[in-house]
Design a protein around this ligand. Structure first.
Ligand SMILES: NC(=O)c1ccc[n+]([C@@H]2O[C@H](COP(=O)([O-])OP(=O)(O)OC[C@H]3O[C@@H](n4cnc5c(N)ncnc54)[C@H](OP(=O)(O)O)[C@@H]3O)[C@@H](O)[C@H]2O)c1
Length: 271
């Protein structure tokens, strides 16, 4: 992946899971990385543990729900490195609750991080990425391929991301910017511990067997291969791929399969 050498890669949600793995994997392949998230101490720990050189890495404390912080993220990147080749909109939060038990604040929070966070960062970064003819990525989910029960707010935010990316891809065809949406399957990270329940507090545990999932490192490699090949859409995992194709021909069967599968989760918030 030496095509990443000397490229400037900005990753949101880089303090944990897939974002952390993306930042480290990009760095390993020669990129200069900008890591953005709210937990700056955690990112400092990652930097130290992995011996990232200060001349090739930058940490920016960023809450992606706040447009001014996203503006600062992009401005600091330009001040430090002069350009941007790749923006990875990875910051995300999940949920598990019945729609009827969700407060509006909880549903707004999912949209604010997963959709508006990507809108804010993309809006400020795109003029720079047009100059480098680089890539903008959105980290979606299989919940962005088909709606999932107990994840109504999460699925909605990921579907919104698909609309945004599809529109921007066509709008920027002559600018030669690549827009890549990735829908990873289940990946073992903190996401389910931190998933919101109806009242907006964190779930605090995972209802699934995390050992059977992909690792964030596997997903990071897959995503970066997609960047190099300038792909526009990646669905990962056998479940995601089958869901994607079956939905086109037998959508009601897909609904039933998803219902039956997720109903088996411990404490499923629907019957
Ligand atoms: N793990 C899976 O099974 C899976 C599957 C499909 C898709 N995904 C997607 O992959 C992406 C990464 O998730 P993950 O699994 O790596 O989860 P994770 O380990 O919980 O990481 C989530 C990251 O998002 C950041 N974040 C949350 N709210 C933020 C905010 N307001 N501003 C800035 N950063 C924020 C967190 O950092 P701070 O708390 O420090 O801000 C953290 O770095 C998400 O978009 C998720 O939807 C995950």
């Amino acid at each position: 992946m030496n095509q990443l050498k000397n490229k400037i890669v900005v990753v949101t949600g880089a303090s944990s899971g897939i974002g952390e793995a993306l930042a480290l994997e990009s760095y390993r392949h020669g990129a200069n990385v900008v890591m953005a998230a709210r937990n700056i101490e955690k990112m400092e720990g990652i930097l130290k543990k992995n011996n990232l050189q200060p001349s090739r890495s930058l940490l920016v404390k960023t809450d992606v729900t706040k447009p001014n912080e996203c503006k600062q993220l992009i401005e600091q990147t330009i001040e430090t490195f002069g350009s941007i080749d790749v923006l990875i909109n990875n910051a995300g939060v999940s949920m598990r609750a019945n729609f009827l038990d969700c407060t509006f604040e909880t549903l707004h929070q999912l949209m604010n991080v997963n959709f508006w966070g990507a809108v804010h960062c993309t809006k400020y970064a795109l003029p720079h990425i047009i100059k480098t003819q680089g890539s903008v990525l959105g980290v979606s989910s299989i919940a962005g391929v088909n709606g999932l029960p107990g994840r109504s707010g999460y699925s909605s935010s990921k579907f919104a991301l698909h609309g945004l990316f599809e529109s921007l891809r066509i709008e920027n065809l002559s600018n030669r910017v690549n827009f890549l949406l990735v829908s990873p399957g289940w990946t073992s990270t903190d996401i389910r511990n931190r998933a919101l329940i109806g009242n907006g507090s964190q779930q605090g545990s995972s209802p699934r067997n995390e050992k059977k999932m992909s690792t964030p490192q596997e997903i990071a490699k897959l995503i970066l291969r997609g960047v190099i090949k300038r792909k526009s859409f990646i669905v990962h995992s056998p479940t995601g791929i089958s869901m994607f194709w079956l939905k086109k021909f037998v959508p009601r069967l897909v609904d039933k399969l998803i219902h039956n599968s997720l109903k088996k989760e411990e404490g499923a918030p629907f019957s």
